[in-house]
Design a protein around this ligand. Sequence first.
Ligand SMILES: [Zn+2]
Length: 161
Amino acid sequence: MPPAKPKPPASPRLLVRSSDIHAAGCYTLDPIRRGARIIEYDGPRLSKGEADDRYADRIVTYLFGFGGKGDVIDGFGTAMFVNHSCAPNCETIERDDRIFIQAIRDIAPGEELLYEYHLYDSDEDDANCYCNAPHCRGTMFSDEEVARRAKIAKRKARNSA
Ligand SMILES: [Zn+2]
């Protein structure tokens, strides 16, 4: 048998520090293998109504939609610092109403963890992306949200004509 490579630790050490992309970011200090579940997006669970009440006037939120009923997780902890990128090295997966951030490729120590937000159901006018990836989509909204907004804009233009 070939000598075993040192195995990456089960949970990599993560560091939150300032990021070039946006405010603070989440970095790994350890190598992470593709497919590894890195961290849970954890926090109190709120219904859509509760979240709307609580955050009506708040600009920055860390809400993560899950399940099919519009429920959200009110992000609390390291995972909420993971930034969006159009060239991500992570994705989020849902298992039994829990959200995990999982590596989609091998990640080297010192790299910032990134996933695509696919934002939807936002009251914001825009969610511009400044990730600087070569194929940056320019927005953190999901394709569906972009299409939905284009439709609304079209309808508005028609009605005001
Ligand atoms: Zn981008």
